[in-house]
Write a protein that binds this ligand. Sequence first.
Ligand code: ATP
Length: 312
Amino acid sequence: MASSSAAAHCHPKVVIIMGATGCGKSRLSIDLASHFRSAEVINSDKMQVYRGLDITTNKIAPADRRGVPHHLLGSLDPDDGEMTPSQFRSLGDAAISDVASRGSLPLLVGGSTSSILALLAERFVPEEDVFGGLGPPARPELRYHCCFLWVDVSLPILKKCLPKRVDGMLRMGAFDELARYYDLRRTDPGGRAGLRKAIGVPEFDQYFEKYPPRGVGPGDAWEPEDARERDNDPVREGAYQEALREIKKNAGQLMKRQIMKIRQLSESGWELHRLDATEAVRLATAPEEEDVWKRQVLEPSVEIVNQFLQEK
Ligand code: ATP
């Protein structure tokens, strides 16, 4: 069980799970929450905070949450515009207090490093670009008692897995999700502003401008695109493939930026406990993967969190 001192301490204890997209942060959060039983996840991915585009933004599916409560996941209305770091700071703080007040351990999970920093720093200056300087950022004082877990995967392995991940998301319905989203914005051009930068949206906008989703008139039922239409039209298929290439390229760049920012934080003096999930990600669906994940990522994490919970 998580220590009830998380609630009693004037600086609540928070475990932060960081890492680039595709490293296994969500999996680790659920494994840890199941192990410690009394733990709840607070999302810190700035696109997953919004309602909608669940597949495109890679939100953990309800069935995979295994009953672990999640906060700030799909809870904001994208029509309300882009969430600022200041807003995330106050929403995240309220969520941490709420979880800690129940004697549960808050697990802050997500890849938006700037948002994480905005939430955790004792002193937050909205105008300051912490990662903008040449060297590592100055180490900020923290307003919680923090334990950082960094799920790290070597960039070449992450990049190798990326095309498959993106293709998988498309198969699971990301294309239809994006088509519906495009359709909604046609009737309400300023709408869904919060999600407009999510990777997948700008990349597919050009495709949908040329090949609008069907059923865009008022009252028309929306119809998913038949992939055969692309098979019979090489120009259309080319435009679709171009959007996919852009998504993969931009997701690759996001991974690189995320890793760079985490390294900068580590160089600035934050004690980040690095868990190497490279082998587990490389093994993907191989039978021995489960065992490697347990040995190289989960068990060391449990030990680190156990020690942290014992700290005064
Ligand atoms: P920045 O300093 O750029 O704000 P950050 O660390 O605060 O970076 P990131 O989470 O790296 O924020 O997000 C930067 C951009 O990456 C987003 O604006 C969006 O385009 C894309 N992005 C991040 N997370 C997702 C996601 N889950 N799905 C789709 N796109 C995402």
